[in-house]
Design a protein around this ligand. Structure first.
Ligand SMILES: Nc1ncnc2c1ncn2[C@@H]1O[C@H](COP(=O)(O)OP(=O)(O)OP(=O)(O)O)[C@@H](O)[C@H]1O
Ligand SMILES: [Mg+2]
Length: 347
């Protein structure tokens, strides 16, 4: 493990290189800045984000509530709100199969994006009930997703594929669940339906936004195990959005720590967990409860994530950081702590 900070300076695209060596490219985001305009005010929600999702890897995106995780996922899949959201700059390049040709998803219109959404990229949304239609059966909702991309399949063929996908999503008794309505299922079963919809057309990239937050610990572990296996079986890449670092430690290959719309630290998960550099990452890790450590008080990061409409010069974390000094009023440089580990901090 690399414990010494390598004092070489990192170029602006270094985050995207952080996990790259020897891996096939799938999604590369560079210099992405997104703002919301509301009541005459403009708030930058994603500030010069660069990241790299290689093929077949699980990449954890972590940070407290309001850091911009969902907005980043929605930008990738082209589902930013039509009113108020503004893509200021940057590229979201998706690399196609075989020849490795790439396309900047931000340049596509609704129809251009339709060929990606659901077939090459799918998103599991934060709240399963909001992505299921309560008046249609589970089966008909998955059927529709399959039919949209497979016009040549017969009704029976689509239904058979739906049952098979439900089974792959770990659904007990999938043939029976096919005819059930979402409200007849438990939270864990609903989440499996949402995962089945995401898997229906074998996407290259799945964005899973807090897929386990509303579930109890055992069901949550089963869902994470399922996502882990999906990567193995389908060679899909997964962006796993969570505020729970222990989830990342258990299943992710790479990690991006977000704070107020910026990447505070990124790299191979094992490297970042072994020697975190950014005070925000360190704070998040110290606030993880340790099994058996009953008497040890939990570390708390003081304050909360400021609104995107509050202007902050320099390091966005400085008002909550114990290390903050005058220099933090200037933007922190991106530094390298090893071949696959980068962080932003003046210290
Ligand atoms: N449509 C919108 N208009 C204005 N501001 C918005 C909009 N959607 C999100 N925001 C703001 O953008 C910031 C990032 O929101 P986002 O939902 O991406 O956070 P998150 O990291 O996913 O948080 P959580 O962990 O709570 O899901 C927040 O400050 C939020 O209030
Ligand atoms: Mg969110």
């Amino acid at each position: 493990m690399n414990t010494a900070i390598l004092e070489r300076s990192a170029g602006p695209a270094a985050e995207t290189a952080a996990c790259r060596a020897g891996e096939k490219k799938l999604l590369e985001i560079s210099g992405l800045t997104v703002a919301f305009n509301k009541n005459g005010r403009r708030g930058v929600v994603l500030d010069d984000i660069s990241l790299n999702i290689p093929r077949g890897r699980i990449v954890g995106l972590v940070g407290e509530s309001g850091c911009g995780k969902t907005v980043l996922g929605s930008t990738i899949i082209g589902l930013l709100p039509e009113r108020g959201a503004e893509i200021v700059s940057g590229e979201v390049n998706f690399h196609g199969g075989g020849g490795g040709e790439k396309e900047n998803l931000l340049t596509l219109n609704y129809h251009g994006m339709k060929k990606y959404r659901g077939s090459k990229i799918s998103m599991i949304f934060q709240e399963p009930m909001s992505s299921l239609n309560p008046v249609y059966t589970v089966g008909s909702q998955i059927d529709e997703t399959i039919r949209n991309k497979n016009r040549d399949l017969t009704r029976a063929g689509i239904a058979a594929r739906t049952v098979e996908i439900l089974s792959k999503a770990g659904m007990p008794d999938p043939a029976r669940v096919y005819s059930m309505y979402p409200h007849q299922l438990s939270g864990g079963m609903r989440q499996r339906v949402v995962i089945a919809i995401a898997l229906a057309n074998n996407p290259d990239l799945i964005i899973a936004d807090e897929p386990t937050t509303a579930l109890d610990i055992t069901v949550s572990e089963q869902i994470l195990f399922l996502l882990y296996n999906i990567r193995e079986k389908f060679d899909s890449s997964i962006i796993l959005i969570t505020h729970d670092l222990s989830v990342v430690a258990n299943v992710c290959d790479d990690i991006y720590v977000m704070y107020r719309g910026t990447i505070a630290e990124c790299g191979r998960a094992r490297d970042v967990f072994a020697a975190p550099r950014n005070p925000y990452t360190i704070g998040l890790m110290e606030s993880l409860p340790e099994a058996g450590a009953h008497k040890k008080p939990l570390h708390v990061i003081r304050g909360s994530v400021p609104s995107i409409f509050t202007a902050i010069e320099g390091c966005k974390f400085r008002e909550r950081c114990d290390k903050a000094a005058a220099i933090c009023a200037t933007p922190p440089p991106l530094k390298s702590a090893g071949e696959t580990h980068y962080y932003r901090c003046h210290f």
